[in-house]
Every structure is written in C-alpha cells, then in structure tokens.
Design a protein around this ligand. Structure first.
Ligand SMILES: [Zn+2]
Length: 120
C-alpha cells in the first residue's frame, strides 16, 4: 500500500531527528498531486507506530494546493484536477509552482527539560 510505505519513510525521518525523545506531533506538507488519501495515511500512521517509540504521536497533514504558472500568458492557476492546463488561456506550456510536496514540516517533541543542560 502506497500510504503504508510513506508512513514507514516518515517514521524513519522522525526517528533520525528526535533521537529517542518522545514525539507528540508530526506535521507533514503534502501536495495535491501526491494523491495521498489523508484518512488512509492517518490510519497507517497509527498502525505503523503502534507498540513503538512513536506510539500515540499525532500526525497532522498540511495540504498544499497545486498551482501552475503559464509560460504563454503568465497566469497562475490553482488546479483541482491532476491536469496541467492554464485556467486563463487553456495553454499547456505551464510550470508547476506547488503541489508536488511531500515533506516533514515540523516535529514536536515532549519538552521535559532541555537536553543541552544534561551533563554526562
Ligand atoms: Zn495561460
């Protein structure tokens, strides 16, 4: 399943950045053209983190609309179909501005105390 492998990749990224600290929330930026089903993604996140160090963490999806810029007339079009056509002149010589994102925007970890103040 597409979403399951995505969640697995997200979990790897989160672990790389949190080094065992308790994760409360992970915010993702997902572009429209990624065709990710949010409910499925959230379900998979619960499934993949259950019983692990990431159990109970919340996954928040920040949806990025797809926008294209037309090279012919300069218009910017927000598209709601995965078809790259200018909304102003129907031209197809367009450049994708946004909508292809898939990244971890932020990771919130439990703030118990500042790790930098620990002395080993
Ligand atoms: Zn155009």
């Amino acid at each position: 399943m597409h979403e399951l492998s995505l969640c697995s990749a997200i979990a790897d990224t989160v672990r790389e950045h949190t080094a065992g600290r308790r994760v409360e929330r992970v915010t993702l930026q997902i572009g429209y053209l990624r065709q990710v089903v949010p409910d499925t993604l959230l379900f998979c996140w619960g499934f993949i983190t259950d019983g692990t160090d990431l159990a109970g963490s919340e996954l928040v999806v920040d949806h990025i609309p797809a926008r294209i810029s037309c090279r012919a007339c300069g218009a910017t079009t927000e598209i709601d179909r995965p078809i790259l056509v200018c909304g102003s002149c129907d031209g197809t010589d367009v450049e994708l501005i946004s909508g292809d994102e898939f990244l971890v925007e932020s990771i919130d970890v439990e703030s118990v105390r500042e790790p930098t103040q620990e002395i080993h």
